[in-house]
Ligand binder design. Structure first.
Ligand code: SF4
Length: 270
């Protein structure tokens, strides 16, 4: 027992000597200790709720906001404290989970050999798909923030996107552009419910349906025209499934349909 204790003491003394002999290591450990303490006591030290949106956007550092505020009016110092807390919590939990799982899997792998490996690789493949799902979740959160900001500041917002599902959920009016040309413009509710221009139809058909029968996604065939040459007819003619002979020779003008939308297509509204 005494031998074990002596060995332990020697190891601890060696570690302390190593730490004491390297200045950078000492500084690093002190900083880490400060960060951990700040993170632990974040609820008592943070002067503001890190999630509350204040009236003062991008305020400079001062007595009210130690490090100023961000673009949404949140106190940066409080965000840092809570951010450190979350990072440390995730780090500790991740290390604990990987330690427990690693020990278990290591033991089982030794017992079942290659069979467990192939099961695990399939399992890992499922998790590799998660970033895609997270992208969608993050996009949803960002869009929500943008809309809250728009309402709070009473501003007008322009969303430039290829994703018609984003337009459908966040906009009132939409201008569908192709190769620098305005093809269809009107209220989102009208255009989503009944697109008139073949390009708009193509964009909407390329969105996967959440309800109903699931079929193959339809894309828009072909590629963008050469913009260095002026088209003799409709700019979308090369890719249009509804193309008529006149489309090749006559540039369609913008026409206003009965519901007030504007469309540049020879067959729209017919
Ligand atoms: S004008 Fe003709 S080619 Fe152009 S979108 Fe309409 S139908 Fe298609």
């Amino acid at each position: 027992m005494n031998v074990k204790r002596n060995r332990m003491r020697t190891r601890v003394t060696n570690i302390l000597q190593v730490i004491n002999s390297i200045t950078q290591l000492k500084i690093g450990l002190c900083l880490l200790a400060v960060i951990i303490l700040l993170a632990l006591f974040a609820p008592f030290l943070a002067p503001h709720d890190p999630f509350s949106l204040n009236e003062e956007l991008l305020a400079p550092p001062g007595s009210q906001y130690l490090l100023g505020t961000d673009g949404l009016g949140r106190d940066v110092f409080s965000e840092l404290l809570y951010g450190a807390r979350t990072s440390i919590f995730i780090g500790v939990v991740a290390a604990a989970i990987s330690g427990v799982l690693g020990t278990l899997i290591g033991g089982l792998s030794g017992f079942y050999r290659g069979r467990l490996d192939s099961v695990l690789s399939e399992f890992v493949n499922v998790f590799l798909m998660l970033p895609t799902a997270l992208d969608v979740v993050t996009q949803g959160q960002i869009l929500k923030e943008i809309m809250q900001l728009e309402e709070r500041l009473n501003i007008t917002r322009i969303m430039i996107t290829h994703d018609m599902s984003v337009v459908a959920t966040t906009c009132k009016k939409v201008a569908v552009m192709y190769a620098g040309n305005l093809l269809e413009f009107g209220l989102v509710k009208d255009i989503i419910a009944g697109p008139e221009h073949p390009y708009t139809k193509g964009l909407l058909q390329s969105i996967p349906a959440l309800k109903g029968e699931r079929g193959e996604l339809k894309g828009i065939a072909g590629s963008l025209p050469d913009l260095s040459k002026s088209p003799s007819g409709c700019i979308f003619a090369d890719r249009c499934p509804s193309r008529k002979p006149t489309c090749e020779t006559e540039i369609p003008i913008h026409r206003t349909l009965a519901d007030g939308r504007m469309v540049a297509c020879h067959i729209a509204g017919s």
